[in-house]
Design a protein around this ligand. Structure first.
Ligand code: ADP
Ligand code: MG
Length: 354
C-alpha cells in the first residue's frame, strides 16, 4: 500500500468524477457525448458514431428497467412492494434484476462483515436521510438507534429460489441506493457490448464503466478524480486511466449530509453500530464491474482504509483511493490495492498541503 500523507485544513467540498480529457486520437471527431437526468442524478454516455443515438436508447432503457424493479421511490417496484409488505407475512415476487442485486448484496454483506447492508433503510431514515433529507436534521438519540438497529438485520431477509422474497418484521426496509446504480451501469454495458459497441463509457451518477479504449493513440479512458478543494473545473487530484471493462465508483460525505454541533453527518450508516459512518471523507474504488465498484465504495467508506485492505484483496483488479478525515478536519490520502497502477496523481493540486 502506498501512503501519501497530506494534511489539509479545509472544508470538505464536493468531489466528483468527471469523464475527462479532450480527444487527441483519430476517433474523436466521431465520438458523441450525451448527458441526461435520471434516477435522481445525472447520466452520461460517451460513444462512437455511427449508431450513437441507438446506443443512447439502449442505455436509457437499461437504466429504466433496473430502476423500475429496484427503486424505493417508484411505489410499484418489486422492492417498494416488498418494503410495503414488511411484517405482514406475505411473499412478494421480485424481478430478475432485483433478485440478482439482492443475492449479490448478500455476498457483499458477508464479505464486508456487515459494513455493506441494504437492510439499513430504517437507520438511514432515523438519521434523516430518506427522501432527500439532510439540512435541518439532527442525529437521533441512542434510544432511537437501539430501537431501530434490530430492524436492519440483513440475515432476516428471506429470498426463495423462485425469486419471491419477504421481510419478516414490520418496519424493515431494503434500500439499494449503494449498489443499484452500479448494477444499472453493468446492465447497460452488457447490452451495448451485445449490440456490437466496443468503445464507450457509461456513467450513472459517478458510477462508470468503460469498454475498449477512448481513442487510437493512448488508449485509456481518462477519468478525473476531483480535488475537493478546487472548483469543479479546477485541477483534479489526478487522472484514472481505464480500459476494457474497468469501472469506478465514489462514495463521499459531501453529497447528502448535514452538520450539527460542528460535526458532519453523512448518509452512509455503519450498520454495525447504527451511527453515521465517520473517518472517511471520500473513497474512490476501481473494480472490474460497476456493481462491484459501487458496493465496495460504500463498504470501504464504512470500514476505512485499514480495514478495507482484506476486502479489496478478495476482489482481483480492484483498488481504492481513500481520503481519510480526522476530528480536527485534517485529511490524509491512502491508496490501497492496485489503485496506483491506474492513477496518475497530480498532487500539485494540493498547493496548501501541510
Ligand atoms: P451515492 O448515494 O453517492 O450513490 P453510495 O453508493 O455510497 O453513494 O450509496 C449510499 C446510499 O446507500 C445511501 O443513500 C443509503 O441509501 C444507502 N446506505 C447507507 N449506508 C449503507 C450501508 N452501510 N450499506 C448499504 N447501503 C447503505
Ligand atoms: Mg456505493
Amino acid at each position: 500500500m502506498r501512503r501519501i500523507p497530506v494534511k489539509l485544513f479545509l472544508m470538505a467540498a464536493a468531489v466528483l468524477l468527471l469523464a475527462g480529457g479532450c480527444g487527441r486520437g483519430g476517433f474523436d471527431e466521431d465520438r458523441k457525448e450525451f448527458n441526461w437526468p435520471v434516477m435522481g442524478t445525472y447520466a452520461n454516455l460517451n460513444v462512437f458514431r455511427p449508431k450513437a443515438d441507438e446506443a443512447l436508447l439502449i442505455t436509457k432503457s437499461a437504466f429504466e428497467e433496473v430502476n423500475t424493479e429496484l427503486s424505493v421511490f417508484a411505489p410499484e417496484s418489486g422492492v417498494a412492494r416488498l418494503n410495503a409488505s414488511a411484517g405482514n407475512g406475505e411473499y412478494v415476487q421480485l424481478g430478475r434484476y432485483a433478485v440478482k442485486v439482492l443475492r449479490e448484496s448478500g455476498r457483499y454483506y458477508e464479505e464486508s462483515g456487515g459494513a455493506f447492508n441494504p437492510a439499513v433503510g430504517p437507520l438511514v431514515e432515523a438519521w434523516g436521510f430518506f427522501r432527500g433529507g439532510g439540512a435541518g436534521y439532527f442525529p437521533p438519540d441512542a434510544s432511537v438507534i437501539a430501537k431501530t438497529k434490530p430492524l436492519c438485520d440483513f440475515r432476516e431477509v428471506e429470498l426463495k429460489d423462485d425469486g419471491i422474497a419477504r421481510l419478516p418484521r414490520a418496519g424493515m426496509r431494503l434500500d439499494f441506493g449503494a449498489i443499484a446504480k452500479g448494477y444499472a451501469v453493468d446492465v447497460a454495458y452488457e447490452r451495448l457490448k451485445a449490440a456490437g459497441y466496443s468503445n464507450f463509457l457509461v456513467n450513472l451518477g459517478g458510477n462508470m464503466r468503460c469498454a475498449g479504449t477512448r481513442d487510437a493513440e493512448d488508449g485509456a479512458w481518462r477519468v478525473a478524480v476531483r480535488n475537493p478543494r478546487k472548483e469543479l473545473e479546477g485541477e483534479p487530484l489526478g487522472m484514472l486511466m481505464l480500459t476494457n471493462g474497468m469501472s469506478v465508483a465514489t462514495s463521499g460525505d459531501y453529497e447528502q449530509h448535514y452538520e450539527y454541533d460542528g460535526r458532519r453527518y453523512s448518509h452512509i450508516i455503519d450498520p454495525r453500530t447504527g451511527e453515521s459512518a465517520r473517518g472517511v471523507a471520500q473513497v474512490t474504488v476501481v473494480a472490474r464491474a460497476a456493481m462491484e465498484a459501487d458496493a465496495l465504495s460504500t463498504a470501504c467508506f464504512v470500514l476505512g482504509a485499514e480495514a478495507s485492505r482484506g476486502l479489496l484483496e478478495t476482489h482481483p483488479g480492484s483498488g481504492a483511493l481513500f481520503i481519510m478525515v480526522d476530528d480536527a478536519g485534517g485529511f490524509e490520502f491512502e491508496m490501497v490495492g492496485g489503485f496506483a497502477d491506474w492513477f496518475e496523481p497530480e498532487m500539485d493540486g494540493f498547493g496548501n498541503a501541510q
